[in-house]
Design a protein around this ligand. Sequence first.
Ligand code: GDP
Length: 194
Amino acid sequence: MNYHAIEFETSFGLLSQLPPSTLTEIAFSGRSNVGKSTLINKIFNRKTLAKVSSVPGKTRTINFFKGENVRFVDLPGYGFAKVSKAEKRRWADLMEGYFGQGRDIALVFQLIDMRHAPTEDDLMMINFLIDGGLPFVIVLTKADKLNKTQRQARLTALQEEIPCADQVTLIPFSAVNGDGVEEIKSIIDEIAQE
Ligand code: GDP
């Protein structure tokens, strides 16, 4: 895939605004601050691609980026402590709506901070993906913040922490040293070729 030919399309805060699914989609999901924007910018080698879409409160919008044969979908971050019930409801409506529209979703990159056990919200999201039969891989972000021994310890612990871990691909990723970038790109390339 030509990673330079990516363009930001638009942001949506309401389900009723979502455009119809006209291309295969690859989505990115994770809690706020997990490093989702950084990962998107790293993959597409742009400094501000994911931030370009940012408007105040953008964490709770769905952002669309168009590639050659694939549309990339930056899902709203979750897990913000100081969020009102109404805002949480809107997030849930948006997510359930996005996943419930029968869209052509080839893969979800589910991001988790490699330094810590998955949060309750992370587990809720993973179970939602499993229950919905949605294909996903887990990207373990900020891997550069751990040394080799710590990384191995987290990889071992995750086998117990993640449901169905033996069937899930785990990709340690670092935007700082580039770990995991090629693996993620080869997964995207495979989907974009289909
Ligand atoms: P988002 O809210 O999920 O989009 O998170 P951001 O991409 O804005 O990243 C949150 C913070 O984590 C920022 O300070 C980033 O610089 C930092 N960060 C993201 N990815 C990495 C990484 O791979 N390594 C390190 N060391 N820091 C990272």
